[in-house]
Design a protein around this ligand. Sequence first.
Ligand code: SF4
Ligand code: SF4
Length: 276
Amino acid sequence: MENIKVVWFQSGTCTGCTISVLNSSSLKIKNLLLDEIVPGKAVSLVFQSTIMAESGEKVIEVLKEENLKKDFFLVVEGVIPTKDGGIYGKIGEKTFLEILYDLMENCKGIICIGSCSCFGGIPASLPNPTGCKPVKEIMEERKIEKLLINIPGCPPHPDWFLGTITKIIIGAEIKLDELNRPLDFYSRLIHENCPRRPYFDKGAFAKSFSEEGCLYLVGCKGPFTYADCPIREWNGGTNWCIKNNSPCFGCTEPEFIDKNSPLFKRKEIEKIGEQK
Ligand code: SF4
Ligand code: SF4
């Protein structure tokens, strides 16, 4: 059996990304942990603090360089507090920041899951008292150049993450956009495939959430947001934000959340995004 070792490091997180992936319905994490996608090849999840059975010193041992042997992919969930030497987040005696430095130096590639590790998300919004930063910013400061894949979303759809890991397992090429997002999932604007788009085109706008019409005036960020929610839908194809009468908040974009706030207010359209 060929095992692809994965360390899933959780820093400043609400754990929503983990919950999203554990609730996947079509492709399941079990399919990757057992060799059900590619016979003879499986993910070996050696560290994941929400679901691992062990605790304390034994799990801290797992993260030591001599045990990981530079032979692992690093998944980062959550933002990294950096103010005052990073003392606002710790595992054992080390800060998240110190642990991340070691893991980033030694891993084969980094996959950020969720808008916090990708772009800062809610914890890095103003006034950001703990100096939270996304992974890319820390990589640039440390001059670390290696594979970085961003899977943003608050939380991201489980298919976006599991589909990307599957491509790593089968050795397929993963094309990324300028924000390191896989084009497989982030190449289309929400606005482009939205079922309410005909309303937008003829200028029929809803003034409240339960009205028929385009939700642009009540804050929809679909014209600026790349993700395939309208065609993939959530919870096994049951529903998604706009189908549920909620505007898109733009949760897959770096503008989430400061620059997309107030969430229920119209954002001026200077230029609608283009097809990638
Ligand atoms: S603005 Fe939002 S609700 Fe209106 S068509 Fe675009 S994505 Fe759909
Ligand atoms: S519709 Fe918008 S806010 Fe909702 S999950 Fe998709 S990108 Fe995020």
